[in-house]
Design a protein around this ligand. Structure first.
Ligand code: MN
Length: 380
């Protein structure tokens, strides 16, 4: 199989694993973009020889230029550079794995250029789900989920009729503080929160996994990707992260997807769909696990989760508001400005603070994003 792939966020956890997959499958890399890691990005350019490279942080542009002075590559920067790489004609597919709301415009730009998108940037669908899905349908563009849960659901849907799905079961690891009371959460530190039992990820998503906001964002993502009502999505805590999610049909047959907790499997499926090839990962041995466990999530302790579900049930700009408030709160937590439980308090308070407003265009998303961020900063 020959494919031309661009990767936005190539130096992050998903990006580096995606390059490993592309190398194994012999895919051609068209463009690479990173936030600010000049050194790793330069190494990737030397190895994969893309036609385009972009550094989002434009202060790092001179450094990148100097480091690649001997290479035949077009060097770009900022949001313009990200959008350029997202839309160049050479792309067959664009993997968007940037972190945060920054990913929305490049996703919309790729769709506008009729490029299929492998989507690992959750915030894109959380904040702009209605826009992204409507634009993709209009342009005939496919959005392939990269997130392990959504990839699992996508895999469980193959060969069945969407109209005969009764609900989906979104599994959650429960994060490092599973079983904690709200009182116990008061004392957790940044170091505790940055340790995840099953998945090795970037800092933002690791904190989101500890607060369960990550599952809340995934709930919203699932609603958009699979055209579901919020009451068709169940969350089940499954500590081993072996079942990556499941789909229940009208006859109550439930189809689940299993595998070792390694993102390379869903990344590769998004890039090779509908084909399956050997993946650079381990095989699943169920007998090594022995026992798989399931439990209900604790909504009263992990306030972000309930807030995210409440937000998508209300609709309009609420999902964008809770997402942006969460981005700001996580940043403040990582800067030691607020405690762990304050993240949940801040995210929940957004639902009371703002009245309903609609999302009809990109500018509406950006307006809601700005309002939520200003509100959170005023609290800190
Ligand atoms: Mn996930």
């Amino acid at each position: 199989m020959n494919k031309n792939v661009s990767i936005l966020g190539s130096t992050g956890s998903i990006g580096t694993q995606a390059l490993e997959v592309c190398e194994k499958q012999g895919f051609n890399i068209v463009g690479l973009a990173a936030h600010s890691s000049v050194k790793l990005l330069s190494e990737q350019v030397r190895k994969f020889k893309p036609k385009y490279v972009c550094i989002y942080n434009d202060e790092k542009y001179p450094e990148l230029k100097q480091s690649l002075a001997d290479m035949d590559v077009e060097i770009l920067c900022g949001m313009d550079g990200l959008c350029r790489i997202a839309s160049v004609k050479e792309n067959d597919i664009v993997l968007n794995s940037v972190v945060g709301m920054v990913g929305l415009l490049p996703t919309l730009t790729a769709i506008g250029a009729r490029k299929d998108v492998a989507l690992a940037n959750k915030e894109t669908l959380v904040a702009g789900g209605s826009l992204v899905m409507a634009n993709a349908a209009e342009m005939g563009v496919k959005i392939y989920p990269v997130d392990s849960e959504h990839s699992a659901i996508f895999q469980c849907l193959q060969g069945n009729k969407r109209s005969q799905v009764s609900k989906i079961i979104l599994t959650a690891s429960g994060g490092p503080f599973y079983g904690y009371s709200y009182e116990q959460l008061r004392n957790v530190t940044k170091a505790d929160a940055l340790k995840h039992p099953n998945w090795d990820m970037g800092n933002k998503i690791t904190i989101d996994s500890a607060t369960l906001m990550n599952k809340g964002l995934e709930f919203i993502e699932a609603k958009w990707l699979f055209d579901l009502e919020p009451d068709q999505i169940d969350i089940v805590v499954h500590r081993q992260s072996v079942i990556h999610s499941a789909v229940e049909y009208n006859d109550y047959a439930v189809i689940a997807q299993l595998g070792v907790p390694d993102m390379k499997i869903p990344i590769q499926y998004a890039l090779t769909y509908p084909d399956r090839f050997e993946c650079p990962t381990k095989r699943l041995s169920l007998t090594d696990y022995g026992t798989l466990t399931f439990a209900k999530p604790d909504y009263s302790t992990f306030k972000c989760l309930g807030a995210a579900i409440d937000a998508i049930t209300r609709g309009g700009a609420y999902p964008c508001l809770v997402n942006s408030a969460n981005e700001e709160a996580v940043r403040a937590f990582l800067n030691d400005e607020i405690s762990f439980i304050q993240i949940g308090e801040i995210v929940s308070s957004v639902l009371e603070k703002f009245d309903y407003s609609d999302i009809n265009c990109y500018e509406d998303v950006m307006k809601a994003d700005k309002r939520a961020r200003e509100y959170v900063r005023s609290l800190i």
